[in-house]
Design a protein around this ligand. Structure first.
Ligand code: UTP
Length: 294
């Protein structure tokens, strides 16, 4: 039977320590890229890919995310009264009426694997997507849509991939390809979370989008904590590899790691440069800053 991907899990319970002090009282996922929070980019990507149920795994200090996706009648009325139609676009009807949002909490932020496991009873017995909001993409087709295009509708798991310089492997989950790496869709025989360059089995890193089968929950339940005391999703997928097909999909487009200060700054400039209302001024600003700091 061919299964459609209807549900998407957004783990947003992490501490965001790389972005302190900004993330002391504000969720990392609410950091804006230009004028839209990271989480809204990821949610819009899921909606565009046909997702009908959004599951947020939140935690302590993350209530701004819930507020953000509530209807904002008062604000909408004010903007309509002022005739500020251009501002309404990003505020009104962000979530279409047919889409359901479910919030559940991760009591203790003990890793991405643990966060995904919190969605078990909500997901039930169907395949689902996972989107990490701190990874955002720029390209013709969204990252999740590219994964769904490659999904055969059966019992296979997919992760999005991007090539990285091997010396950066300590920041990512790195896959071990089963055969070659030439095709867009690559069979995977293993994966390692944040290996040293010497231990990295390839230069292909997981880039924040997954399609997983519900069997992953069995493996999430049995992974051990890593050296930092966190349960890793990568370790559960690595254990699943011997029992179910796992593929990587090399996606087209540029990925920005906005959980990292440099990646976030880069995303802000890159997205601003794509906007007609900002491009000219931003180019001038960059030129001026370079001159002033040379
Ligand atoms: P990260 O490792 O990038 O997030 O996890 P982090 O732990 O919040 O950030 P740093 O490393 O301390 O700066 C990727 C995604 O997984 C979520 C995060 O919220 C982020 O969206 N996550 C991580 C959880 O939901 N729970 C966790 O326990 C850990």
């Amino acid at each position: 039977m061919t299964m459609k991907i209807r549900k998407a899990v957004f783990p947003v319970g992490g501490l965001g320590t790389r972005f302190l002090p900004a993330t002391k009282a504000m969720p990392k996922e609410m950091l804006p890229v230009v004028d839209k929070p990271l989480i809204q980019y990821a949610v819009e990507e899921a909606l565009e890919a046909g997702i009908e149920e959004i599951v947020f795994i939140t935690g302590k200090g993350k209530s701004a995310i819930e507020d953000h996706f509530d209807a904002a009648h008062e604000l909408v009325n004010i903007l309509e009264g002022r005739g500020a139609d251009w501002l309404l676009k990003g505020v009104k009807d962000v979530i279409p009426a047919h889409v359901r949002i479910i919030y559940t909490r991760q009591g203790d932020p003990v890793g991405l694997g643990h966060a995904v496991a919190c969605a078990k009873s909500i997901i039930g017995d169907e395949p689902f997507a996972v989107l990490l909001a701190d990874d955002i993409f720029m390209g013709e087709k969204s990252c999740l849509s590219q994964l769904i295009d490659q999904y055969d509708g059966g019992k296979e798991n997919l992760v999005s991939l991007m090539p990285i310089p091997k010396e950066q492997s300590t920041r990512y989950g790195i896959i071990n390809p089963r055969n070659g790496t030439e095709n867009t869709k690559i069979a995977i025989s293993g994966m390692v979370e944040k290996p040293t360059p010497e231990r990295a089995p390839s230069n292909l890193a997981i880039s924040g989008r997954y399609i997983l089968q519900p069997e992953i929950f069995d493996y999430l339940a049995s992974v051990d904590k890593d050296g930092k005391g966190e349960y890793q999703l990568t370790d559960a997928i690595a254990a699943l590899v011997d029992h179910q097909d796992v593929f990587g999909v090399k996606v087209d487009g540029e990925r920005y790691d906005c959980g990292d200060k440099f990646g976030w700054l880069r995303a802000n400039l890159a997205f601003a440069l794509k906007r007609d209302d900002l491009e000219g001024d931003v180019k001038q600003m960059i030129t001026d800053l370079l001159r002033e700091n040379s």
